[in-house]
Design a protein around this ligand. Structure first.
Ligand SMILES: Cc1ncc(COP(=O)(O)O)c(C=O)c1O
Length: 484
């Protein structure tokens, strides 16, 4: 049995051995009879769905060169499979895998539907109107500017940058972020202390493992936050201790005994308050490790951005930022600024970071000014959306809170049964929206504090594309009037 990799080949490209555009074909030529072996290999690949209808096969010359067999043999095999209905030959477009016939017994009978082997898992149903928090307006992604940055990187990066990247992140991105974070967020950042990760979720998993390995047992978390983040930390073996959140933000005074604390100081997620200056000072003097999740710190509307807490205690605070809100979650790009004493341990846990090309593209995007432009543009757009949301709800006698920053607001409701009723009504109107209950540590039952916690809606005004926002707001208003 001989296994051969053959390149799919364009008719016009040439490199002396064979042209190399397109997909690779993995062909398993069994037996000594080359022609029969190739026929069987192609039939088998089509039957198994590895070669899908419409796939263009390499030219006979190119495939023969790759397999080291006579061109005539390949040409005869192609003709045979065309005659049998497996392939079609069209002048000008080469030899293609045929579509499965639907009306006659055929070579495909009994085979799984081509493509079945790679059948997509059912997609989550996409709601018509989506006001869930967490995702920015993806239709506003700066495609052209990002493409220009990626193009420049590919055209100019020396070959060695395509090798294994520095496990802490490519130096160009760490340098660009050190400048940006110092300028825009007031972070005390030395490029040597920055670790690039695949978004905050990845960073948090690495930090949690590093803390656990260093003997930490308990992580205090804000009583309201992402269940995903709580699961990540708990999954690495940390015990969680919910911290109450009041009008001044997390009550750090109740974190005593915890080894570390996870906070969203600039804009508490999801309640939306900013950590009060007095609490910031308390956190800075707290002594344990503080993980500062600065997920939407760029989007501050009412005054100058509240700077990062990290600068008050750079030896204790791990600062975490992400491109998920400012650009898009799909990039999976995030960054940590880590105190020197924790740096090696955290970096070791995050060694397999994001693609170096994406990192270089982000570095180029930042240094060329594209990132600042995008943030300014998005900030203006989200601010307008926030104002519209506040206005339409005010007309209904309702007031949202947590709106000094970010891209979500909270509409508190008197009780959980009302919250459930609104959510169910919203679903019937094709509107997806989150309730506060889903963000509460300890679920919806009585918490450590003995009561059932707050009730309300978390309204993400960033997510809908511009053209859908007006209708999304109208739907929201339609499900609310009965609850004034
Ligand atoms: C509170 C909070 N932290 C962090 C993030 C970003 O997470 P990631 O970088 O993993 O996409 C989000 C995104 O929704 C968030 O809401």
């Amino acid at each position: 049995m001989e296994e051969t990799w053959a390149k799919e080949i364009t008719d016009d490209g040439r490199d002396g051995v064979g042209e190399v555009a397109g997909v690779d074909l993995h062909l398993d030529l069994s037996g000594t009879r080359v022609r029969a072996g190739l026929e069987n290999a192609l039939r088998g690949a089509i039957r198994a769905g590895r070669l899908r209808p419409g796939t263009r096969l390499p030219s006979s010359r190119a495939l023969a060169a790759d397999l080291g067999i006579a061109r005539n043999t390949v040409a005869e095999v192609y003709s045979q499979l065309v005659a049998e209905g497996w392939l079609t030959a069209r002048t000008g477009s080469g030899t293609l895998v045929a579509s499965p016939p639907t009306h006659l017994p055929s070579p495909f009978t009994g085979a799984p539907e081509p493509g079945a082997a790679v059948a997509a898992r059912p997609e989550e149903a996409v709601p018509r109107y989506d006001l869930r928090p967490g995702v920015p307006d993806l239709s506003a992604f700066p495609r052209r500017a990002w493409l220009a940055a990626a193009r420049k990187v590919l055209a100019t990066a020396p070959d060695h940058l395509l090798g294994y990247p520095d496990p802490r992140g490519v130096p160009q991105l760490r340098a660009a972020l050190a400048d940006y974070l110092a300028r825009a967020r007031g972070v005390t950042a030395d490029p040597a202390h920055i670790v690039i990760c695949a978004g905050f979720a990845h960073g948090l998993a690495g930090i949690s493992r590093a803390l656990r390995a260093a003997g930490a047992a308990t992580l205090a978390v804000e009583a309201y936050g992402h269940q995903t983040h709580r699961d990540i930390a708990a999954g690495q073996g940390l015990c969680l201790r919910p911290l109450p959140v009041d009008g001044m933000g997390a009550v750090i005074g109740q974190a005593g005994g915890a080894d570390a604390v996870l906070l969203t100081p600039a804009h508490q997620f999801p309640l939306g308050m900013t950590l009060h200056p007095r609490r910031r000072r308390e956190v800075a003097g707290w002594g344990g490790v503080v993980i500062e999740d600065d997920y939407d710190g760029e989007f501050r509307y009412d005054r100058q951005p509240v700077g990062a807490l990290q600068t008050l205690a750079p030896d204790h605070v791990i600062y975490a930022g992400t491109a998920s809100k400012s650009l898009a979650p799909s990039l999976r790009l995030g960054w940590l600024v880590v105190p020197p004493r924790l740096l090696d341990a955290v970096a070791a846990e995050l060694a397999a970071g994001p693609s170096a090309l994406d990192q270089l593209t982000l570095a180029e995007f930042i240094t060329s000014g594209g990132y600042d432009r995008q943030v300014r543009r998005a900030r203006l757009a989200y601010r307008r959306r926030r104002d519209r949301l506040a206005t339409v709800l005010r007309r209904q006698g309702l007031r949202v809170s947590g709106i000094a920053a970010g891209m979500h607001a909270v509409l508190e409701l008197p009780d959980r049964s009302l919250e459930r009723a609104v959510l169910s009504e919203a679903r019937q109107h094709g509107l997806a929206i989150d309730g506060l209950g889903g963000y509460r540590a300890g679920g919806t039952g009585p918490g450590d504090d003995g009561h059932r916690g707050r009730a309300g809606l978390v309204i993400g005004y960033g997510r809908p594309p511009e053209h859908a926002y007006t209708t999304a707001l109208a739907r929201l208003c339609a499900v609310l009037p009965g609850f004034r």
